[in-house]
Design a binder for this molecule. Sequence first.
Ligand code: NI
Length: 393
Amino acid sequence: MNSIKKIVNEELYEWMKEIRRAIHRHPEVAYKEEKTAELISNALNELGIKHKTGIARTGVVGKLTAGQNVPTIALRADMDALPVAEETNLPFSSQVQGAMHACGHDGHIAIVLGAAAILSKNPPEGNVVFIFQPAEETEGGAGPMIEQGVLNGVDMIFGGHIETHHLAGEIGLKPGVHTAYTDAFEIRVTGKGGHAARPHETIDAVLIAAQLVMDLQIIISRNIDPLHPAVITVGYIKAGTVNNVIAERAVLKGTIRTTDELIRLQVIDRIKKITTSISSLHDADIQFILKPGYPPVINEERAYGFAKHVSEELLGKENTILIPFPGLGGEDFAYYLQETPGCFVRFGGGIKGRENAPSHSPRFDFDEEALRVGAAYFSELVRYAVKKLRTTE
Ligand code: NI
């Protein structure tokens, strides 16, 4: 770890921790990241990095320019917090009721700013774009950022996510498909309400909802090739008002996770068939509404090779974790990768010897060593990618 401590000295490490903690104290949810954007802008001013604010509402983009006809590498951090009430008891806990940086995006900002500090002091022979993006957790701020042209001229993009399943000092990465399609759905059942003692006069929306929940799982166990990952989760059911009335309406909400487009379409098609057949079986009206989510993060082979090389040089092979399977989480970094080759990794943030709460938990926290590792990794990766791309262009 000596080389990391050389790249990120104590002073810079303290600066990054301060930034992370300041953002952690004042979490702002999707598209409300105004103070966060101001803090980022102030930090970039401190570093003398030219930047623009107000991109896709609250986004910030900084640029280090080396010239024309040189490679351009982008680093991306997301900025938004979650509507979660914090329960960590940290001295820098959220001061905003009902909002918390429970997904480590406070850390991602500090990491990219740390890399910006290192690279601005000792600039690479290529351009670097620092992307701070709003609304990763909701409708995907990446899309509007791309529409605003943040990828113009970018040859390669890199990102990462702090993750407590890996320990601090580790980086996890995987070539190809890394995260899942994250479609959401809603099913609205309309039956016929009536007296609980006379079910034959009614169409019971609760019974239909229960049948739907069970039958949806048949898709996973009987219709989908078991060698392809697929999950259907119904996370929400609402029906009825009292014990002695048969409910007229039920609403189910859930998510579909897949990693392959054809499997995704197959799941959607089966859900439609099940809702149609249960509807005719019960003479109920059933509507299936699909809300398409993010596509999968697909790491490009060459960019993955650069990321793996830099991680192994910096952390050693033993701390470079080659993740064997995709995760079924979602990440809107996928949109950048549809436009530009790049690689997304996991920054280990788990604290050794204790139970680490997962992201989105009100008790989520991470080892701040991840900030140091992340900034060293990004800055070295930019230098390495610039060098490799210069020799091949
Ligand atoms: Ni996140």
